[in-house]
Design a protein around this ligand. Sequence first.
Ligand code: G3P
Length: 212
Amino acid sequence: MKFFIDTANLEEIKVASQWGIIVGVTTNPSLIAKEGRKLVDVIKEITTLVDGPISAEVQEGNAEDMVKEAFTYAEMHPNIVIKIPMTFEGIKATSILSSHNIKTNVTLCFSVAQAMMAASAGATFVSPFMGRLDDYTNDPEAGYSLLEDIRIAYDNYGIETEIIAASIRHPKHIEQAALAGSDIATVPFKVFTQMIEHPLTTKGLEIFRNAK
Ligand code: G3P
């Protein structure tokens, strides 16, 4: 399973990129807004930090406007992936962009049916949101089950659209994404810092450090 980082914060990306395990970046309008800078400026800087797919989300609207906005991002750098919301206009825009070989990431996916539509439109990536689905259903395994079912459905037809496990809230989601066979997990910086920790690791390190 590949790791992307889910942030628009350049400091977090700079630190994480040094670990040698981050192969992509996802952003969204909320993450961009948090930085208080223009999307194009943030995305341009991210392209200098990570050499891999970098998702920039278009404003939701009609297909024509989304495609127009998408082209302005795509021409910035070959690694730019256009993040598109799961609507009929978004599916239409995805179909148009994939016919122009522009990479897409269909986001806000919460069902197998939606994931199948994204794949049929030629989406490069689809982003099922684990945390938000767990919260909505009050079931800590709802996101896990969704990923498992999308994996089965995609494998039934040899679908090449890559699954990006998104809306990750804690290390357990990483375990669930890996066990479900997600191609990618896009992880907030804070969750990476939780993933590396385990009380027995800490204890073991202390013992080794004090060994004389
Ligand atoms: O960026 C897409 C997704 O990972 C955001 O998830 O629920 O943390 O806003 P969330």
